[in-house]
Design a protein around this ligand. Structure first.
Ligand code: CU
Length: 148
């Protein structure tokens, strides 16, 4: 079986288009997930099943209305919080292990929280849903939903 000359070039174009679509879909999914999370905060009941199908993100626990997060047993407790715009959130490390709080979605990077220097505060001035993690243990995740 031999293809005409134009065939391989055509295939390359198709693959290139697919790659571009893939990238677009990826960005779109992230956006949709963020929007869905905001919508969830507003309605508090609707499960964003659509967003889950597009973005294989872990199921988000319901956000707790508090400005205090305790780091305990290698997790942020509560892992998801919601606050009003302008709220200062305080993280306190209750573990023996050092932890930190970093986010690429909000300019937030704590010092290493350890011993007597075990708290970090950050004021959220814009509405949105901000994911963060521990800079030392990237598997430790949390979110802050900032409501208008
Ligand atoms: Cu940690």
């Amino acid at each position: 079986m031999s293809f005409p000359f134009a065939r391989p070039a055509g295939l390359a174009v198709v693959i290139g288009t697919l790659a571009a679509v893939g990238l677009t879909a990826c960005g779109g999914a992230t956006h949709a997930a963020t929007k869905a999370a905001s919508a969830t905060a507003a309605t508090a009941t609707a499960a964003p099943t659509h967003a889950h199908a597009e973005a294989p993100a872990p199921a988000a626990p319901p956000a707790v209305a508090t400005s205090a997060v305790t780091i305990d047993n290698f997790s942020f407790m509560p892992a998801a919080i919601k606050v009003k715009t302008g709220t200062t959130v305080t993280w306190t490390n209750a573990d023996e292990e050092p932890h930190s709080v970093v986010s690429s979605e909000e300019p937030m990077r704590s010092h290493t929280l350890a011993g007597p220097n075990n708290t970090f505060t950050h004021t959220f001035s814009k509405p949105g849903t901000y994911h963060y993690n521990c800079g030392i243990h990237p598997f430790m995740h949390g979110t802050v939903e900032v409501m208008a």
